[in-house]
Design a protein around this ligand. Sequence first.
Ligand SMILES: CC(C)(COP(=O)(O)OP(=O)(O)OC[C@H]1O[C@@H](n2cnc3c(N)ncnc32)[C@H](O)[C@@H]1OP(=O)(O)O)[C@@H](O)C(=O)NCCC(=O)NCCS
Length: 141
Amino acid sequence: MSQLTIRKYQPADRETLIDLWTIVFPDHPPHNEPEKVIDTKLAVDDLIFVATLGDRIVGACIAGYDGFRGWLYFVAVHPQCRRGGIGTGLVTHAMACLKELGCTKVNLQIRAANEAVAAFYKALGFAAEDRISMGAHTERY
Ligand SMILES: CC(C)(COP(=O)(O)OP(=O)(O)OC[C@H]1O[C@@H](n2cnc3c(N)ncnc32)[C@H](O)[C@@H]1OP(=O)(O)O)[C@@H](O)C(=O)NCCC(=O)NCCS
């Protein structure tokens, strides 16, 4: 079996990463189109990570650091490759990179009904916190 490697995204990964995110997040709204997500992220920094088995991209995630908190987004493992530790490897790698940047705490949001993903993050040491998550789109400002 090929060895799992986790590394930063490279331009040659683009099409395969778009395919992966399209498979894993088929109902993404237009503002979360994978092409757009990659381009807007790379305009700010390069914290996109991919997990590869041989030359195949089997997982990916985005990390963010705003100088205060870190964030994780779009953590995805190909449906055929789940429950083998790839998701854990990706998050662990992203957390270590954020720590290296000086980040001391990482937050993330998941849908309240997504118990499987909550179990995944709990297994990684994340805990639900007593906060109300709020958001607004900038277009109204
Ligand atoms: C969540 C996700 C990234 C997990 O990836 P993965 O490679 O399967 O995760 P791991 O193999 O590292 O799982 C580690 C542990 O997390 C827990 N876990 C993972 N998936 C789980 C599930 N579906 N149900 C319950 N617990 C789960 C288990 O404790 C697991 O350990 P075990 O397999 O020894 O029991 C993957 O299921 C996925 O891509 N889901 C769809 C996308 C998504 O919703 N992403 C998160 C929102 S950004």
